[in-house]
Design a protein around this ligand. Structure first.
Ligand SMILES: Nc1nc2c(ncn2[C@@H]2O[C@H](COP(=O)(O)OP(=O)(O)OP(=O)(O)O)[C@@H](O)[C@H]2O)c(=O)[nH]1
Ligand SMILES: [Mg+2]
Length: 212
């Protein structure tokens, strides 16, 4: 196991495992059904032998509720993460960006791979990746994992993974509760990589992995 890791995280059935294969050469199960990956897989990155790539089960939302989501949350908590690559379906930006906002709270450098660009194009969906990157504060790279398009650019942008800006603002009472708990987490149980604010939000949402 390498000393640093990059996790591929995203909604179910968006191409995380195909991309994992592209980036590592390691084979994992791939299928056109959501929920194919049920546990974490790890392999050395082709582009950097000191980095492990970590494939995770798809998550619908956070805090984690299902066994799959809990396995992904465990990986986020325990892996020596240098960055997170969110893999998103370019055809389904609303769902993708909802998860982007939730992941941004974790305070881990991130890159968004907008995968299935071929299918999005076939449906007439075009995404201004640069405008999206500016709005999110992280690199956004269109990819077609099955054909390998954009994978070199993604690898290139991993070096420039940036700490996302918080994208969500809660009401005053929730923000006060988050701030209070984050302060106590920072004082008594700081995490080496994840932000106290992000952990507080997940804890208040009863994420069992974060509670543990
Ligand atoms: N057209 C197209 N199909 C893709 C692309 N990337 C992946 N696929 C297909 O999408 C399906 C899902 O791919 P997976 O890699 O298993 O997706 P996953 O995100 O790992 O799915 P879970 O593990 O279930 O969360 C497979 O049938 C892939 O061949 C892409 O860029 N374009
Ligand atoms: Mg998978």
């Amino acid at each position: 196991m390498n000393a640093t890791a990059i996790a591929l995280v995203g909604n179910p059935n968006v191409g995380k495992s195909v991309l994992f294969h592209r980036l590592t050469g390691a084979y994992v199960n791939v299928s056109n059904y959501p929920g194919t990956t049920v546990e974490v897989a790890r392999a050395t990155a082709r582009f950097d032998a000191t980095v492990d790539l970590v494939d995770t089960p798809g998550v619908l939302t956070l805090p984690a509720r299902s066994d799959d989501e809990r396995a992904t949350m465990r990986a986020l908590l325990q892996e020596p993460l240098r960055a997170v690559v969110q893999v998103g379906d370019a055809k389904n930006l609303r769902r993708t960006l909802t998860l982007t906002a939730l992941l941004a709270e974790l305070g881990v450098p991130a890159v968004l791979a907008l995968n299935m660009h071929d299918e999005a194009g076939a449906r007439g969906v075009t995404v201004d990746a640069q405008a999206l990157a500016d709005a999110l504060g992280i690199p956004v790279v269109p990819t077609v994992a099955t054909g390998g398009e954009g994978v070199a650019q993604l690898t290139h942008h991993l070096a420039g993974a940036r700490m996302p800006q918080p994208l969500l603002h809660y009401d005053a009472a929730a923000e006060a509760a988050i701030a209070d708990l984050a302060e106590r987490i920072a004082a008594h149980a700081p995490h080496p990589r994840l932000s106290a604010r992000g952990l507080a939000i997940l804890y208040l949402g009863h994420d069992s992995e974060v509670e543990a």
